[in-house]
Design a protein around this ligand. Sequence first.
Ligand code: C5P
Length: 221
Amino acid sequence: MVNMVIVVDGPAGAGKSTVAKGLARKLDVAFMDTGAMYRALTLKALRQKLNFEDEPALVKLAHNTHIDLVNEPGKALKVLLDGEDVSEAIRSVEVTNNTFYVARTPDVRHVMVEWQRQLGSRRPMVGDGRDLGTVVFPDAQFKFYLDADFKVRCQRRIDELKAKGQAVDEAALIKDLADRDQKDFSRKVGPLKKADDAIVIDSTHMTIDQVIETLYRYVKK
Ligand code: C5P
């Protein structure tokens, strides 16, 4: 029997991770945060002070790295970088702003795609990312493309950071998100793109719970 994979793609700040996580919990399947994998490799490159323009070095790094995502009932997803829990460390602004170097390198993406397919073949899951419906899992049972107005996506990110007690430079965050959109949409390999057969959900005027419920209804139909 084919393993069930549900994918949620979309731009940064649309709520993909929260929605994919919530849907996975509701369906009692695993959650795969593919952005976390790009972030983990970026963290390792930063720690090793690699030159981000040196693509062969990034590819070599990817081949010499083991990233795992651990789903434990009732707990947040754990991201393991060579066995070390980096779930918090990968959320820094420095990692966020350097991930695009790793994400734009075609041979790094090939490695990531292989890892993601392996994870997706092990057990039923909901994954979130940019290219899951188009490249990684073109045969996914359900493909969702989650979008929201740029202003709303910025505000959600600001609220999210404030809720964590972090100081927020709002102007810088807005600029960073616009830059990230531009880079995600224009990358030559694995750009952010709606799959032709994806169901588009505009979450601009919806709460997270409403979005999760909407996706859940599609899956259960
Ligand atoms: O989803 P998140 O914002 O954590 O992703 C971090 C970065 O990783 C994105 O800006 C994007 O460039 C990259 N990414 C990607 N392909 C994916 C998931 C994330 O290129 N499937």
